[in-house]
Design a protein around this ligand. Sequence first.
Ligand code: GDP
Ligand code: IMO
Ligand code: MG
Length: 423
Amino acid sequence: MPADIVIGAQWGDEGKAKVIDYLASKTDIVVRYSGGANAGHTVEVGNQKIVFHLVPSGMMYENTISVLGGGMVIDPDALFDEIKDLESKGIKVRDRLRIADNAHVLLPYHKEMDSIQEESLGDDKIGTTKRGIGFCYTDKVSRWGIRMRDLISEGFYTKRLPLVLEQKNKVLENIHKKNPISLQEMTDYLRKVAENVRPMLINAPYYLNMELDSGKNILLEGAQGTMLDVDFGTYPYVTSSNSTTGGAIAGTGISFQHLQEVVGLAKAYITRVGEGPFPTELEPEAAEILRKAGNEYGATTGRPRRTGWYDVEVIKHAARVNGLTSLAMTKLDVLDTFDTIKIGVGYELNGKRISYFPSGEVENIKVLYEEMPGWKEKTAHVRNRNDLPKNARKYVETVEKFTGLPVKWIGVGPKREDMILGK
Ligand code: GDP
Ligand code: IMO
Ligand code: MG
């Protein structure tokens, strides 16, 4: 059976969760493969609005199994708070959640280091979510990380943990003049975490490939977006993991041969939260109008999102690095009131036309725009693409023409049913 992927094609917050929730109705297993509690994935069903951070967004269906993949960095405090919150809202999580035993454990010192670094950088900060993401991945790559599987191995507490803490304390005490972490306190904390996660741990490559072979279908839930990918985004203003298709393979252990549909999620415009270059960003006054229209405030940190026009080069970049097979366009309804709508259709860099997203000098890009008349009509009630106002249909077709991809889902509101299906 196939595994499909939903990936952000912009700078995150594209409305991935809404499409995942939609597709999850026909899915057996939903797997998050990268990132951690930096994600904020909103699903609105009936009167309920749920923001998922670590738990996959397919949880609204009773029979769906959810997996936290090995490419993730998991903050146990954030996870248990989220499970508690979801269960208080009547969503049963514990029996349906599995955790890859090779996923990394994100600890309080990762969050502390993230905050210390951001504050010390002043105007040069990345604008992280301060969830400790970069520091946990740093430990993973420099081989000072702690994995979920470690927590249930006796030898870990007597041998590896003291060594890791000795290393951490050198940095905390000598460089940051902070109090050292107590081995006893950390041992007690991690033993408690171990008891909580033990029933949920799985060997993910074995479990997921076996389930696919036995006929189950899987949906891979992207977090962040292509332009925040540590390799393909606007480095260093990125997150610390691969949010792209490569990350989905490395972060789950699912064989690439299983991959089928790769859906690129993009708003009908574009937003970014945090620092870094943004070629189609609007000037402050116009940015505020679009921010208000789209209610563009972060689902995790509440920060105002920066806003801009749809950028075709960004989507083509995402199509290249992810192997996108289709697009979903969310928040078309947000443009309902605009007289004219612009769309970035090409770039010039240092006076020359370029047809790729450059890995540097992004701030020097000059965007070439096409301007289209708005439709000035409400679209929230539309369920069939042919019933969209003529100019809205034209807008979607223009995106298809420039990107070369079919737009298979169109979002016209935040709720599950506010969606137009099919090309
Ligand atoms: P994600 O991180 O990609 O899952 O997206 P977020 O949840 O951070 O942000 C998307 C926001 O847009 C959420 O508040 C959604 O409820 C909302 N949303 C998603 N699709 C649509 C849509 O088609 N129209 C409108 N108006 N809102 C939408
Ligand atoms: P979802 O999954 C939007 C941004 C942060 C910052 C940069 C690095 O909801 O789309 P980090 O805390 O990861 O070290 O921050 O990445 N960022 C996101 N922006 N949506 C997200 O997730 C994001 N996750 C991280 O704002 O610019
Ligand atoms: Mg989000």
